[in-house]
Design a protein around this ligand. Structure first.
Ligand code: UDP
Length: 332
């Protein structure tokens, strides 16, 4: 007879990555507790799980004391605003969830003797002076810029996690997540993929910020979830990059999107937001070695699946995009 089902708490459960993690752990036969305060998350992403016996949902803000009755084996802390437009709209919550929220969850992990994996980010590298970024690079972050609330909260999150590991012997994992995309991204979160796809679907111009020579490297969500799953079950406690090294300039990416969506949208240039990193590409040597993991989904395939998702949204959802406000918000 197998052991009792392992019980996992996933914060940010109604968000993009959180909801995909809930799906994965439910499928693997875990008992899953999803937690979210629904500031940026959407219950639509997890409503299909509500009927399942091994899923429960707590509507809770993790910056307040977190109470979960019974045993917890694993905690995955994925609650956080995660797009530049959100940091500008809710900067204090962004700081609090990465700092106070993480502190509460580390305390819970200690109490429950659970393993905890925290969602860190490539933003800890800031506007990187080293390319590609490997885990031993310390980063180049502007503490007081508009992105500072996210970047510094995540850097603090890594520090406090390592302190709990060293001081309390807590079993910890740190995933440095690079740009990830796929179904359930929020159409109006200002990120480049929903922005471009939304613009194509609404028949608007494609807005490239700056000269479009800045680069990003996009990882499909299924690959990302597989990397996180393997990291949780590994015995590696230092930070590890999880992302796709396939790098592209934003201008080339805009052209790819125009081809993919079979539209003939015009590209227009808008000013580059403050502290927008000029280049980003993960060095995933460590993930390959330690987790025997690398991304498998090509950008063309992943973008097609993502576009199909955006196409399936209602007209109302499609047109309530707040993206247009983004360039106005993101200035000094
Ligand atoms: N970007 C753009 N047009 C948009 C939205 C974003 O050119 O309508 C650019 C943005 O300036 C950045 C890149 O796309 O250089 C990725 O932006 P995103 O917000 O998706 O993520 P992050 O900057 O956090 O990597």
């Amino acid at each position: 007879m197998a052991d009792r089902m392992k019980r996992v708490l996933i914060t940010g459960a109604a968000g993009f990555l959180g909801s995909h993690l809930c799906d994965r752990f439910v499928q693997e036969g875990y008992e899953v507790i999803g937690m979210d305060n629904l500031i940026t998350g959407d219950l639509k992403n997890i409503e299909h799980l509500f009927k399942l016996a091994n899923f429960e949902f707590y509507h809770h803000d993790v910056t307040k004391f977190v109470h979960v009755p019974g045993k917890v084996d694993y905690i995955l802390h994925f609650a956080s605003p995660a797009s530049p437009i959100d940091y500008l709209k809710i900067p204090i919550q962004t700081l609090k969830v990465g700092s106070l929220g993480t502190h509460n969850l580390l305390g819970l992990a200690k109490e429950k003797q659970a393993r905890i994996l925290i969602a860190s980010t490539s933003e800890v590298y800031g506007d990187p002076l080293v390319h590609p970024q490997s885990e031993d690079y310390f980063g180049n972050v502007n503490t007081i810029g508009p992105r500072g609330v996210y970047d510094e909260a995540k850097r603090f999150q890594e520090s406090i996690t390592m302190a709990y590991h060293r001081f309390h012997g807590l079993d910890t994992r740190i995933a440095r997540i690079f740009n990830t995309y796929g179904p359930r991204m929020r159409l109006n979160d200002g990120r480049v993929i929903p922005a471009f796809m939304g613009q194509a679907l609404r028949g608007e111009d494609i807005t490239v910020f700056g000269d479009g020579m800045q680069t990003r490297s996009f990882c499909y969500v299924d690959d990302q979830i597989e990397g996180i799953y393997r990291l949780l079950l590994s015995d590696y406690h230092l930070p590890i990059n999880i992302g796709n090294p396939d790098e592209i300039t934003i201008l080339d990416f805009a052209e790819e999107i125009i081809k993919l969506t079979e539209t003939d949208q015009k590209i227009v240039f808008e000013p580059l937001p403050t502290d927008d990193p000029l280049q980003r590409q993960p060095d995933i040597t460590k993930a390959k070695e330690v987790l025997d993991w690398e991304p498998k989904v090509e950008r063309a395939e992943g973008m097609k699946a993502t576009f199909n998702y955006f196409k399936s949204l209602t007209k109302e959802e499609l047109f309530k995009s707040e993206h247009k406000d983004f360039s106005k918000h993101n200035r000094h």
